[in-house]
Design a protein. Structure first.
Length: 304
C-alpha cells in the first residue's frame, strides 16, 4: 500500500494533474484523488494545495516528493539489475556433484564456462551424498538417480552402463566364471545401490560373498585392480583399466543396472540465467560415446 501510494503521489506531482496521472496509471481520476486524500490523512499532513487550475506542493509535500522520487529511482534500478542478470550470466553459481564426475568432467567444463562468462564465480562441493538444493541453497545438485522430492526438477545428463570386472591376479587365484551361475560364491565389491546378498544383475538372484561395499566408485575400481574381488563398475570408470589389462571384463552378456546422472534444481519458472546457461553448456560439453548414452527423456519432473 505504501509503495503504491508513493507511486501515485509521484505521478500526480510529475504530471501536474490528477487527470493525466490517472490516465498514465490506468486508474479512475476519482480513485487517484481518493488515494491522495487517504495518504494525507494517514500522514496527518497536507501534501498538495489544489485549485481547479493547478496543483502546488506544500513544503512538507516537496520533501515527501523528493524521498518518493528517490525510492522510485531505486526501485527502477533494482528491476533493471534483475533484468540484466537474466540477460548475461553472472553471479555466484553453487554446485554439488559426485566425486568422480567432478574429477573427470565437471572441473574442465566449469573452467571453460567461467572463461566464456567471466562474470561467473563458483562454489563446488564434491560429495557422495544426495543434496537438497532448496534446503542447502544450491543452484544445481548433480546426483545419481532422480530425487525423491517431486517439487524438484531433474534433468538427465547421461546414462552409463556397468560391467563385471576383476584383476588377472584375482582370476588366477579364484578362477574365471564362465557363466552367470558360476558367479555364486565369488568375492564381491559392491556399490551403495547394490544388494548386499546378490550380484547386481537384472532379472537374476545369484548369491555373492560380499567382501567390500563402498560409496566411491574409484575406490571400488582400485580395490578390484588390487585383487580384492569382482566389481560391477560403470563403463566410464573402468574403461582405462580394462584397456590397459589391469582389469578383465567378465561375462559381457550379463545385464547390470544402468546408472543415470541427473542435474537437480528447484524450478524452471523464473530460472536464473546463470543456471540455465550452465546447464545447457554442460549438456553440450559432455562426451558422447559408447560409454555414455545421451539422455532420452530430457527434462523430467521427479517422482517419489
Amino acid at each position: 500500500m505504501g509503495l503504491d501510494d508513493a507511486l501515485i503521489f509521484t505521478r500526480v506531482v510529475e504530471c501536474h494533474s490528477f487527470t493525466q496521472a490517472a490516465q498514465s496509471l490506468g486508474m479512475q481520476k476519482s480513485t487517484v484523488s481518493r488515494r491522495i486524500a487517504l495518504l494525507e490523512e494517514r500522514l496527518g499532513v497536507r501534501l498538495l494545495n489544489r485549485t481547479t487550475r493547478k496543483l502546488r506542493l506544500t513544503e512538507v509535500g516537496q520533501a515527501y516528493y523528493e524521498r518518493c522520487r528517490q525510492i522510485m529511482l531505486d526501485f527502477a534500478e533494482a528491476e533493471q539489475a534483475v533484468m540484466q542478470l537474466q540477460q548475461e550470466p553472472s553471479g555466484l553459481l553453487r554446485i554439488t556433484a559426485p566425486i568422480e564426475f567432478g574429477q573427470l568432467f565437471l572441473g574442465g567444463v566449469l573452467g571453460q564456462f567461467m572463461r566464456q562468462y567471466p562474470q561467473i564465480s563458483a562454489e563446488v562441493e564434491l560429495t557422495s551424498r544426495d543434496v537438497d538444493p532448496v534446503e542447502e541453497g544450491v543452484d544445481i545438485a548433480i546426483q545419481v538417480g532422480q530425487p525423491h522430492d517431486s517439487t524438484l526438477i531433474a534433468r538427465k545428463l547421461f546414462e552409463s552402463g556397468r560391467r563385471l570386472c576383476a584383476s588377472p591376479d584375482y582370476l588366477a587365484q579364484h578362477g574365471t566364471p564362465q557363466s552367470i551361475d558360476e558367479l555364486s560364491g565369488h568375492r564381491a565389491i559392491l556399490l551403495p545401490q547394490d544388494s548386499p546378498r546378490y550380484w547386481p544383475l537384472l532379472g537374476e538372484h545369484i548369491a555373492c560373498q560380499r567382501v567390500l561395499s563402498c560409496n566411491n566408485i574409484t575406490l571400488a575400481r582400485e580395490a578390484a585392480v588390487a585383487g580384492a574381488g569382482i566389481a560391477g563398475l560403470p563403463l566410464m570408470i573402468s574403461e582405462e583399466a580394462v584397456q590397459s589389462g589391469r582389469l578383465i571384463e567378465l561375462l559381457p552378456d550379463a545385464r547390470l543396472p544402468v546408472g543415470e546422472l541427473y542435474a537437480v534444481y528447484p524450478s524452471r519458472r523464473f530460472q536464473a540465467m546463470k543456471v540455465k546457461t550452465f546447464l545447457d553448456f554442460l549438456m553440450a560439453s559432455l562426451p558422447r560415446s559408447s560409454l555414455l548414452e545421451p539422455p532420452g527423456a530430457g527434462l523430467l519432473t521427479s517422482h517419489p
